[in-house]
Design a protein. Structure first.
Length: 311
């Protein structure tokens, strides 16, 4: 018998659908592709109405009486539509070049110079950590950094669908942003790459499965992973909170905040907590100010309580 695992029919169907739309979006003009994605997002909002309702609930929970029900629904819609736009841009990644990046990200050159400035200021040829929350198009940012001449990598968990796992990693690394799958030796690779002058892009605003660092976030407390801060200390590199805003349909604004450095004289645990809290405080303020830019549809709601670790 063959040792190759049988791929489920639904996995094959998902893969073929993504490949089909990927080919279609590459053939169509960018604006037309976005318009089609907006239409598909509207259909999806009707099909997944329970997920939309949950997103609205989360938005109201965070914003309280500051917004009306209709405003919360609009925020949820723009968040969903922007997610569809992100998918279009990922599927079109092979068509993305530096000229296109400069067109849709007018301040990319200025932003890259700031990153280089932080790296050069250390004087030891080390890299930096970009803390990129789920705002704007965080994947496209990796391509922007690579196309402007800087080495960048990220880490992603392995998806259940092996076909989609391979395809997503290929798309994300379409312009050199290498994707490392989480394995037993991934932490060592990250430290080495940072010490060798590479940029590590990480999503810091996702709820951790197991109890870790309780962090003030979105009016509550979120259980967030310590990885970002631990790597900053291990490689002795700064963290740069980086926010991407989608402006309209086809423009992005990159906001780089001042780098946050590890304090090697502090107790390790205290410094890890401090780094995490300072980065998340910046992200929190950006989400509160521009809630439509954030992804509200994650299955793991960031403010849900986490089961205590089993003894």
């Amino acid at each position: 018998m063959s040792d190759i695992p049988k791929i489920k029919a639904k996995y094959k169907a998902e893969y073929r659908a993504v490949k089909f739309f990927g080919a279609l979006f590459c053939l169509l003009p960018y604006t037309v592709s976005l318009a089609m994605a907006a239409g598909l997002a509207k259909i999806a909002s009707w099909i997944m109405h329970k997920r939309v309702k949950e997103a609205v609930r989360r938005i109201k929970l965070v914003k309280g009486d500051v917004i009306t029900d209709n405003q919360a629904k609009r925020i949820a819609w723009i968040s969903l539509r922007n997610t569809a736009f992100n998918l279009v841009e990922m599927l079109r990644i092979k068509k993305t070049n530096l000229a296109f990046i400069h067109k849709i990200m007018p301040n990319v050159a200025e932003s890259i110079q700031k990153i280089k400035g932080v790296m050069d200021a250390s004087g030891n040829s080390k890299g930096v950590i970009l803390a990129l929350p789920h705002m704007g198009n965080w994947d496209l940012t990796g391509s922007a950094v690579y196309l402007t001449g800087l080495p960048i990598f990220s880490v992603a968990g392995k998806q259940h669908n092996p076909l989609m796992n391979k395809l997503m990693n290929e798309m994300r690394s379409g312009h050199g942003m290498e994707i490392l799958e989480r394995r037993t030796n991934t932490a060592a690779q990250i430290r080495t790459r940072l010490k060798n002058g590479e940029i590590f892009a990480i999503l810091p605003d996702t709820r951790c499965f197991t109890p870790d660092i309780m962090t003030p976030f979105l009016g509550g407390e979120a259980n967030l992973a310590r990885g970002m801060a631990v790597f900053a200390r291990a490689a002795e590199v700064p963290i740069i909170p980086t926010i991407i805003h989608r402006v309209g349909w086809k423009r992005f604004e990159i906001k780089l905040f001042d780098p946050i450095y590890p304090n090697m004289e502090m107790d390790k645990q205290e410094d890890v907590v401090r780094l995490t809290h300072e980065v998340i405080a910046i992200i929190d303020k950006e989400i509160q100010t521009h809630p439509e830019q954030w992804f509200w549809y994650n299955k793991r709601w960031v403010l849900d309580p986490v089961e205590p670790a089993s003894k």
